[in-house]
Design a protein around this ligand. Structure first.
Ligand code: 16G
Ligand code: MG
Length: 560
C-alpha cells in the first residue's frame, strides 16, 4: 500500500507553480532552479517507484543543469547499471511533474503503479547527489521530502559530479557480484581510475602538466581530489575553480563555451605548444585544445577524441591478437564533423544516431567495443561483457595489459570528463603524440551552429537520425536547394531537446578541398572554407525563421 496520507501532506508543502509546463527531456527536467521545488518532490516519489519496479535496485538522482547558466537547475534519474532512465518512463515523469495538485499527483502515481504493475511491497532505494548550484540544497531538501513520504531508503552522495553519481549507482548495484564495478565510494572511484592511469603511464615520459578549466563547477572538487591520487606521476593545474563567486559557474569558461565559440576562455592563456582542456558544470563533457607554435588556438572536440581513442583501441585489439573476435565500432550524431566521419568510416563501422547520450550509449552496447563521443565532448567507451571476458582470459602481452588498464581508466557508466581526459593523456603518451600530431589525423570542415527562436519547436519533426526534416512540409527541400550551392556542404535542422529553440548546423568546404590541395595546412584550408560554412548556417537559419512564421521586424540581421 502507498502511504497516501503522508504523500499528500508532504506534497502540499511543494505545490506546482500553475503557469509552468515541465518536460522530462533529453537530460531530465531542466529550467530555472527556483521553479523546480515541486518537481524534485515528485522525482523523489518517482525514483522510489522505479526502484520498487526493479526489485529494490538502487536508482540514482542527479540534481544539476550541467553547462546551463547558474540560475538554471535540473534533475535526472539514473537506472541501476548507471545508465539513463529507460525512455518509456520519461512520459510518466512528465505526467507526474505536471499534475496540478497533490490529489491529481496521487492519481497519476496510482495510474503508473497499475500500468507498470509495481509491487508496492518491494523496498525502494535511492542515491542522490547535486552539483554546486546555489539552488541545489533547497531542491535536495524537496527531493528528500518525496523520498521520506514514500518511505524510501536513501543515501546522500553530497556535492559531486554527474559521472561519480552514475559510478556509485552501478557499484552499489553490483557490489559483491561477479559484475562488481569497484568500491561504492568516491574514494573507490578515485582509486580505480588513478591506479589504471598510473599503470598506463608507467615507463612513459611524464606528460606535461595538464591545465584543466573546471567551468567554476563541481569538476574542480574532483580534479583537486585526483591530485593526491596521482602523486607526481601526472600533474594537474586546476583553473576556473571558483565555487563561491555568484554567477561564475559556466560563465565565459567551460566545455560548452569553448565548443560554441570555438575559442579559448578569456581567463586562460596558453604557451605555444601547450595543451589544455575544459569540463562543463557537472564534469561529463570534455573539450581539448592546444596552442600551436605561433600561439594560435586549435580545438580538439569530441570527434577528435573519438578518432584518437578508437584508433588506439583498434591497435591494441590487433596487437593482442583479438581482432577476429572483438569488433570495434563508433557511434556519432549528425553534429559529428564530416571530416571525422569520413576518416573513421574508412577504417571502422560508424553509426549515426539522434542527439542525446541515451541514444549513443544504447547503440554502443551493440558492439564488442563501442566508442561514442558527441562532438560537444560527451562520451565514453563501452566494452561488452563478452569482450571483457575475452580480454581478461586471453594470453598475456603488453598490448593486452594496456587494454585491461584502458578498461579501468574509463567510466563506462556515462561520459566522464576527468576519466576521459586521463584516457586521452594515456593514449597521447603511448603514441608519443603532441596536440599537433593528434589534430593532424584529419582536418575539421569549418562549421557553425546557430539557434533560431520559433513559435513552436514541436512543429519541427525529423527522421534519419535527425539529419532530415519531415515537418514543416517542404522545408527540407528548400534546405537541400541551399546546401547544393556549397561545395562539400551539409546542413540539418532539429528542434532542441533542452531549450525552446530550433538548432541549425552547417558545414562546408570550398574548391581547395575539391582540388585536393594537399600542400595546404589545416589552418590555410580553414581560412578558405570558413566563410562558406558560416554563410550556409545563417542562410538555413534564415529559411527556418521565415518558415516558422517569424515576425519580419524581429528577423536577425545576420540571417542573410
Ligand atoms: C543534453 C544531452 C547531450 C546533448 C544535448 C543536446 C545528456 C546527458 N545530455 O545536454 O547529450 O548533446 O542535450 O541539447 O543526454 P539540445 O537538444 O538542446 O541540442
Ligand atoms: Mg554536463
Amino acid at each position: 500500500m502507498l502511504p497516501v496520507k503522508e504523500i499528500q501532506e508532504l506534497s502540499d508543502l511543494h505545490p506546482k507553480p500553475s503557469a509552468i509546463k515541465f518536460q522530462y527531456g533529453t537530460a531530465g527536467f531542466r529550467t530555472l532552479g527556483k521553479t523546480l521545488d515541486s518537481v524534485l518532490f515528485r522525482v523523489g516519489v518517482l525514483a522510489a517507484l522505479r526502484s520498487k519496479k526493479l526489485d529494490g535496485k538502487t536508482i540514482g538522482v542527479m540534481v544539476t543543469a550541467s553547462h546551463n547558466p547558474e540560475p538554471d537547475n535540473g534533475v535526472k534519474l539514473v537506472d541501476p547499471r548507471g545508465e539513463m532512465l529507460e525512455s518509456s518512463w520519461e512520459e510518466y515523469a512528465t505526467a507526474l511533474a505536471n499534475a496540478p495538485d497533490s490529489i491529481a499527483f496521487l492519481a497519476v502515481v496510482d495510474e503508473l503503479v497499475k500500468a507498470t504493475k509495481i509491487d508496492l511491497s518491494m523496498p525502494a532505494r535511492v542515491v542522490y547527489a547535486r552539483d554546486t548550484r546555489p539552488t541545489g540544497p533547497q531542491l535536495v531538501s524537496a527531493l528528500k521530502d518525496g523520498l521520506e513520504a514514500i518511505k524510501a531508503e536513501y543515501r546522500d552522495a553530497g556535492v559531486t559530479t554527474t559521472p561519480v553519481l552514475h559510478y556509485l549507482v552501478r557499484t552499489i548495484n553490483t557490489k559483491g557480484t561477479k559484475d562488481s564495478y569497484g568500491e561504492d565510494t568516491e574514494e573507490g572511484y578515485l582509486t580505480k581510475i588513478s591506479d589504471a592511469f598510473k599503470k598506463l603511464l608507467a615507463g612513459k615520459p611524464t606528460p606535461p602538466p595538464l591545465l584543466i578549466d573546471c567551468a567554476n563547477g563541481v569538476g574542480a572538487l574532483m580534479a583537486e581530489r585526483f591530485k593526491a591520487y596521482l602523486g607526481d606521476v601526472f600533474n594537474i593545474n586546476v583553473v576556473n575553480a571558483d565555487l563561491h563567486t555568484s554567477g561564475a559557474l559556466n560563465n565565459s569558461c567551460g566545455a560548452d563555451f569553448v565548443k560554441v565559440n570555438q575559442k579559448l576562455p578569456p581567463s586562460i592563456t596558453l604557451q605555444p605548444g601547450q595543451r589544455a582542456c575544459s569540463l562543463d558544470g557537472d564534469a561529463d563533457r570534455l573539450m581539448y585544445y592546444y596552442a600551436d607554435e605561433r600561439g594560435q588556438f586549435h580545438m580538439l572536440d569530441g570527434d577528435k577524441i573519438t578518432t584518437l581513442v578508437a584508433s588506439y583501441i583498434v591497435e591494441l585489439v590487433k596487437a593482442s591478437g583479438l581482432d577476429e573476435q572483438i569488433k570495434v565500432g563508433v557511434i556519432q550524431t549528425a553534429y559529428a564533423n564530416g571530416s571525422s566521419t569520413k576518416y573513421l568510416s574508412g577504417r571502422l563501422p560508424v553509426k549515426c544516431v539522434p542527439t542525446g547520450v541515451k541514444h549513443l550509449h544504447h547503440a554502443a552496447e551493440q558492439y564488442d567495443i563501442g566508442v561514442y563521443f558527441e562532438a560537444n565532448g560527451h562520451g565514453t567507451v563501452l566494452f561488452s561483457p563478452a569482450a571483457q571476458e575475452l580480454i581478461s582470459s586471453h594470453k598475456p602481452s603488453p598490448a593486452l595489459t594496456n587494454l585491461k588498464n584502458i578498461i579501468d581508466v574509463i567510466n563506462q557508466t556515462v561520459g566522464d570528463a576527468l576519466s576521459d581526459a586521463f584516457l586521452v593523456e594515456a593514449v597521447l603518451a603511448h603514441k608519443s603524440f603532441s596536440g599537433v600530431e593528434w589534430d593532424s589525423m584529419y582536418c575539421d570542415l569549418p562549421n557553425r551552429l546557430v539557434k533560431v527562436v520559433v513559435g513552436d519547436r514541436n512543429a519541427f519533426k525529423t527522421e534519419d537520425a535527425e539529419r532530415r526534416l519531415v515537418s514543416p512540409p517542404g522545408l527540407q527541400g528548400k534546405v537541400d536547394e541551399l546546401v547544393r550551392k556549397y561545395e562539400g556542404g551539409r546542413s540539418f535542422v532539429r528542434p532542441s531537446g533542452t531549450e525552446d529553440v530550433v538548432r541549425v548546423y552547417a558545414e562546408a568546404a570550398t574548391r581547395a578541398e575539391a582540388d585536393g590541395d594537399a600542400a595546404s595546412s589545416c589552418l590555410k584550408i580553414t581560412r578558405l572554407w570558413c566563410f562558406s560554412g558560416l554563410e550556409l548556417a545563417f542562410r538555413v537559419a534564415g529559411l527556418v525563421y521565415d518558415e516558422a512564421g517569424g515576425d519580419a521586424s524581429q528577423r536577425p540581421k545576420e540571417f542573410l
